[in-house]
Design a protein around this ligand. Structure first.
Ligand code: DAH
Length: 352
């Protein structure tokens, strides 16, 4: 029996030398230390041995078991080391390589323009009033003196959300920021109906029109509306305010001009131009040789609109204006296609 144990030990250790990988090692373990291995058969046969033999063989069997287990652990450690060494050679890691840069984002060119406008008007005492983008016909048109069927509505092709045509007050996407004038005036006049406070606000935000999309027209675009109301405000205040705005926005020497125009919610109404800041008024491709750039519309708030906002037109007057910030950004940066703004193409956005 002792002879047999010696063979078992010998065979086990010899077989282990040939083991090269984890799978072979596991197979070796099953053969030499597993439940039906020769060694385990010796252990289960111990009961049948004589009283004298049993402790001697038992002790020897334990020694063989310990020796095989120790050799097994040794081999397993060796294989692990070899695998690690191999992976370090194959997948070399250079800890001195510079890290990957996280690209920093920045503000969209339109957001930059809007913030510049808030800044300029903020310095002039105007506060930002945000109004809803989903409007109804009453606020977008009727209260601004565009009655149902008024031809001026044709200039603002409208997206209908609900009740288009059949209802007399359909839900629509606002076609301009002007309905915010009514909402702001009503909110303020409700605080003191007999003596409403003066108003000096700008109303920025998205507007929507069912436009044929071209390099000059998009179905969504920003506007920046302005509204000032108080006792004794005149057209000179409007001119002075917009002239001052143009100088702050485009440079100290920028000249402005006003051309008579028409809007239902202002009377009189004007178109507002600034001297071309690209060529300084000499005439260039951007101003199409005229020396002037059209920036927006303006006028004195119509008495009907004042009344609809809760302001008595006998006691209050006011002016309003509407600017196209995207147009300003386009002129300034020589952007020749308005569709770039919301395409989210990094090749465009990274230039600002
Ligand atoms: N709401 C006009 C439009 O979108 C722009 C406008 C013109 C606004 C004159 C005004 C204004 O406040 O006085 O076409």
């Amino acid at each position: 029996m002792l002879e047999k144990l010696k063979d078992i030990e010998h065979a086990g250790l010899e077989a282990l030398q040939a083991v090269q990988d984890e799978a072979a090692l596991e197979a070796w373990r099953v053969t030499h230390l597993g439940r039906s291995s020769d060694l385990m058969v010796v252990f289960s046969g111990l009961g049948g041995l004589s009283k004298e033999e049993r402790p001697v063989v038992g002790q020897r069997a334990n020694e063989v078991k310990n020796a095989l287990e120790a050799a097994f652990a040794d081999k397993a450690g060796g294989l692990r080391q070899a695998a690690l060494k191999k992976s370090l050679e194959v997948e070399q890691l250079d800890v001195t390589l510079p890290g990957r840069k996280i690209p920093a984002g920045r503000l969209h060119p339109e957001t930059q323009t809007m913030r510049e406008l808030y800044h300029v008007f903020g310095e002039m005492g105007f506060q930002v009033y945000r109004s809803r983008e989903v409007e109804n016909d009453e606020f977008n048109f009727q209260l601004l003196n565009f009655p149902v069927g008024h031809p001026a509505r044709d200039m603002q092709d409208t997206y209908f959300i609900e009740g288009g045509g059949s209802s007399d007050n359909p839900i629509i996407l606002r076609t301009h920021t002007s309905p915010g004038q009514i909402r702001a005036m009503r909110w303020l006049s409700a605080m003191a109906p007999d003596n409403p406070p003066p108003v000096r606000i700008i109303l920025p935000g998205m507007c929507y029109r069912f436009e044929q999309v071209t390099n000059r027209h998009e179905t969504q675009f920003d506007q920046l509306e302005g509204l000032a109301i108080g006792p004794g405000i005149t057209f000179s205040d409007l001119k002075g305010t917009l002239a001052d705005f143009a100088r702050r926005m485009f440079g100290q020497n920028t000249r402005t001009r006003f051309r008579a125009s028409y809007f239902p919610f202002t009377e009189p109404s004007a178109e507002f131009d600034v001297e071309c800041f690209i060529c300084g008024g000499k005439g260039c491709a951007v101003c199409k040789g005229t020396g002037w750039l059209e920036i927006g519309g303006c006028g004195m708030v119509h008495p009907v609109v004042l009344k609809n906002g809760g302001y008595d037109p006998e006691r209050y007057t006011g002016f309003a204006f509407g600017l196209g910030p995207q147009r300003m950004a386009m002129l300034r940066h020589h952007i020749d296609d308005i569709r770039y703004f919301w395409q989210n193409d990094l090749r465009f956005l990274e230039q600002f």
